[in-house]
Every structure is written in structure tokens, then in C-alpha cells.
Design a binder for this molecule. Structure first.
Ligand code: DOR
Length: 426
């Protein structure tokens, strides 16, 4: 089985390649990358004007299965991933039951296998994500978990967190931490500031995130473990990571398109659709996220794809669940906000969404040199289009980006040499 992609712009940040060439794929692997390749029996995709990049790697996805299949299933979440150009993802453990034992890790991976999207379930840090007893990290890792997190339920017990980092350090695996002090944020809906005051609601203060990032940086320094900060959203949090990195601390971080595209004002326009944890912040925070992406403090762009049902989002702001879907819009939003504005090169945006996140968790993904698994995304970097949530493959329609004009569109997603998504004409 051979596939020949002709005349694409090959952008592979891991090898530094950025040139117009053909890509020959044989038996699920990249066989050759060079101009003018011939392969008479191959299926041909003509791709002039398209970029061929490593399949995107999303370290932060809520697939919801088991337990919340009305929001998303592994199958629909992976279909959304494919539609967004994502071929490898890390699934968050806040399912029901939580992914806190090897059987659960294996069950999610088995469900994902037929989809062609490579799914790595993160193991919970604590049993049932209850913040009381550590899970068996070694057993979870042996089953396939590349990292540990209690995402969605920030860890408050510092003795337990320190013990988790010591255990993770011994296995040389990262802990991914959702940083918000739970007593400060409770179940509040929005950032604490102008918008929360205008709405007359209590807010989630930036300091609730920053204190936890500071705490994590100090524990990473003390234990030598790798701490990865999830969905960073405030300027001061980015500064803390920047300074810790400068001291040689093993700390990395990710952000999401919503934090470099939107601000808390969006809640006034869109209500619950713009409710997410951590919350959308101020224009100064948004600018600081852009600065952190530009200077390399922020290591990866992820989605925090968090599908919810429409009836849940129809509740009043204080009662609706937090979260927004993102798999089918992340590449376009990143290209629009970061590349088309001139802030980052195309190769840098691709790196932040493939090679860099793969390297953070040691995943075999995010590169397309000869011999590598043939996981690719082909996209038109220029095409202007309008985001339409009614076309999503995800069950979740909860996006604040419906109707947004963006530039950059996924055309094909290829996993192990198989086309797992091809754009249909509208
Ligand atoms: O907004 C969020 N939604 N943030 C989280 O950390 C969890 C997520 C969810 O699971 O819905």
C-alpha cells in the first residue's frame, strides 16, 4: 500500500525541513521525501499549495468515555481530532470512573484503536481524582499512560503532590497540573475583575492560578521532577514559568487558542459558551500569552477540548459547566492569531502543535522524516473560512468561535499512511 503526496510544502520542524517536495509513504511509514518522486502503483494526492506537516499532537483532550457518552465518545472525539488534523492525543482522566487503573487505560486505548488516532490516556494522580491516595504510576505507565494528572480537580494536598512528583521523578515521567486554588475559585464562572463585577458574580482570581504555578515550580525544583502546567492563562503565571526555566527547573507549559484569542469580555457577549476553567482573562494576560509563545516560554498549544451538552450550557452562567470544544478549530485559530499576524513562523506554529508537545511527553509522534510513522496533516495555510459548529464531528457544539472568520484549513489527515479525514466540498 503506497501513497504519494505530490508538490506539497513539507514542514517538519524536528528535522528543520521546509521545502516543496513529494512524500512517498509505504507500509504506513515515510519512505522518501524529495521532488519529482515516481511510484506507479501508489494512490496519488496532488497537493500544490498545501502544507504537509506532522500530524498534530494534542496533549489535552477530554474524550468523556466512559461515563459521559452524551457529551462525547472515544469514536466521536477521535473523529473530531481527525477533522482537526490531530493524529495523536492525550486523553484526560476525568471520566466516570476516572482513569486511575491499568484496565481503564487499556479500555480507552482499545476503543480508540480502530479510529486511527493514537490515544494515550493520562493516568489520574489520585484514586478517583479524590486527592487522597496516589494511584499506581508504574502500573498505569506500563498500560500506556505517558503522564499523570488530576486535570479538572486541582491537587490541593501539598504532601501528596510532593509524593506524586517524587514517584514520577523515579519513573522519569511528567505530572500535568491544572493550576487553580480550589478554595479561591470554588465553582465560580468567570475571571475575577471588571466582567465579574459588572455581572455581580464572584470571580476566579488570577492569583489562584499563579500561586499554584509558583508552588509547582518550587516543588519541581526541589524534587527534580518534570512538572507540566496545563492551559496557562495569566501573565504572571507565564512569568513564573519563565523565571523557573531560567533557573534550570524542569517545568514546561501549554496554552490553548482561547487564551491567545479571547478575553473575559467574551463572557458578556456569549455567556456560558465562553465559560472555561481557567477562565478567559484580561487583554494584558492575552498579550502575555502571545509574548510567552513568541519567546519560547510556552512549549505547546493544546485544545483542552471539553465537550458539554447544549442543555447544560443553556443553564444560567453560575450553574453551567465549564469548557469548550477545540479539536476542529485549533489549527485554524493558531494560524490566524500567530502566523497570519506575523508573530510566529509557520514552522514554529507547526512545532508548537506537533514536535514540541510530542517531545514533552516522549511520544513517538510529531515528525515526518524517512522511516517515521506516516502521520500527517495536509492543510491550506491561506484559505479563509468561517467556523460552523453545525459541521463538527464532535458531539460538542460548545464553541465560542462559531461564526469566526479564520485562515488555514485542514484538507487531509493521514494516520499510518491511511487517510482518516478528507475535506468534503461544501
Ligand atoms: O473548562 C474546563 N473543562 N476545564 C477543566 O479543567 C475541565 C474541563 C472539563 O472536563 O469539562
Amino acid at each position: 500500500m503506497q501513497l504519494l503526496i505530490q508538490e506539497c510544502r513539507v514542514v517538519d520542524p524536528a528535522s528543520g525541513l521546509d521545502q516543496t517536495a513529494d512524500i512517498l509513504i509505504r507500509d504506513g511509514r515515510i519512505a522518501e521525501i524529495a521532488p519529482g518522486l515516481a511510484a506507479p502503483s501508489a494512490r496519488v494526492i496532488r497537493a500544490p499549495g498545501l502544507v504537509a506537516a506532522p500530524g498534530l499532537v494534542d496533549l489535552h483532550v477530554h474524550l468523556r468515555e466512559p461515563g459521559f457518552e452524551e457529551k462525547e465518545t472515544v469514536a466521536t472525539g477521535c473523529a473530531a481530532a481527525a477533522r482537526g488534523g490531530v493524529t495523536t492525543l492525550v486523553a484526560m482522566p476525568n471520566t466516570r470512573p476516572a482513569t486511575d487503573c491499568p484496565e481503564m487505560v487499556r479500555a480507552v486505548m482499545e476503543k480508540a484503536a480502530p479510529t486511527g488516532v493514537h490515544v494515550f490516556p493520562a493516568g489520574a494522580v489520585t484514586v478517583g481524582q479524590k486527592g487522597e491516595a496516589l494511584t499506581d504510576f508504574a502500573a498505569l505507565h506500563a498500560a500506556g499512560a505517558p503522564a499523570f494528572t488530576d486535570d479538572g480537580v486541582p491537587i490541593q494536598n501539598l504532601a501528596l503532590l510532593r509524593q506524586a512528583l517524587q514517584t514520577a521523578k523515579a519513573l522519569d515521567l511528567p505530572v500535568l497540573d491544572h493550576c487553580e486554588d480550589r478554595d479561591m475559585v470554588k465553582n465560580y464562572a468567570v475571571n475575577e475583575g471588571a466582567v465579574s463585577r459588572q455581572l455581580g458574580l464572584p470571580g476566579r482570581p488570577a492569583i489562584a492560578e499563579e500561586l499554584q504555578v509558583m508552588r509547582d515550580a518550587m516543588l519541581a525544583e526541589e524534587t527534580g521532577a518534570h512538572v507540566h502546567i496545563c492551559h496557562i492563562s495569566t501573565g504572571r503565571a507565564v512569568d513564573i514559568v519563565r523565571q523557573a526555566k531560567a533557573r534550570g527547573v524542569r517545568i514546561t507549559c501549554e496554552t490553548c487558542p482561547q487564551y491567545f484569542t479571547l478575553t473575559e469580555e467574551e463572557v458578556l457577549r456569549q455567556g456560558t459558551m465562553a465559560r472555561v476553567n481557567p477562565p478567559l482573562r484580561t487583554p494584558a494576560d492575552r498579550q502575555a500569552i502571545l509574548d510567552g509563545l513568541a519567546d519560547g516560554t510556552i512549549d505547546a498549544i493544546v485544545t483542552d477540548h471539553a465537550p458539554h451538552c447544549q442543555w447544560e450550557k443553556d443553564r444560567p452562567l453560575p450553574d453551567a459547566p465549564s469548557g469548550m470544544v477545540g479539536l476542529e478549530t485549533s489549527l485554524a485559530l493558531a494560524l490566524t492569531a500567530l502566523y497570519h499576524t506575523g508573530l510566529l513562523s509557520l514552522a514554529r506554529v507547526v512545532a508548537l502543535m506537533s514536535a514540541s508537545p510530542a517531545a514533552l511527553l516522549g511520544l513517538q509522534a510529531g515528525r515526518i522524516a524517512p522511516g517515521d510513522r506516516a502521520d500527517l496533516v495536509l492543510f491550506d495555510p491561506e484559505e479563509a473560512w468561517t467556523i460552523d459548529r453545525d459541521r463538527f464531528a464532535s458531539k460538542g457544539r460548545n464553541t465560542p468561535f462559531h461564526g469566526f472568520s479564520v485562515r488555514g484549513r485542514v484538507k487531509y489527515t493521514i494516520s499510518e499512511g491511511n487517510v482518516i479525514y478528507q475535506e468534503q466540498e461544501e
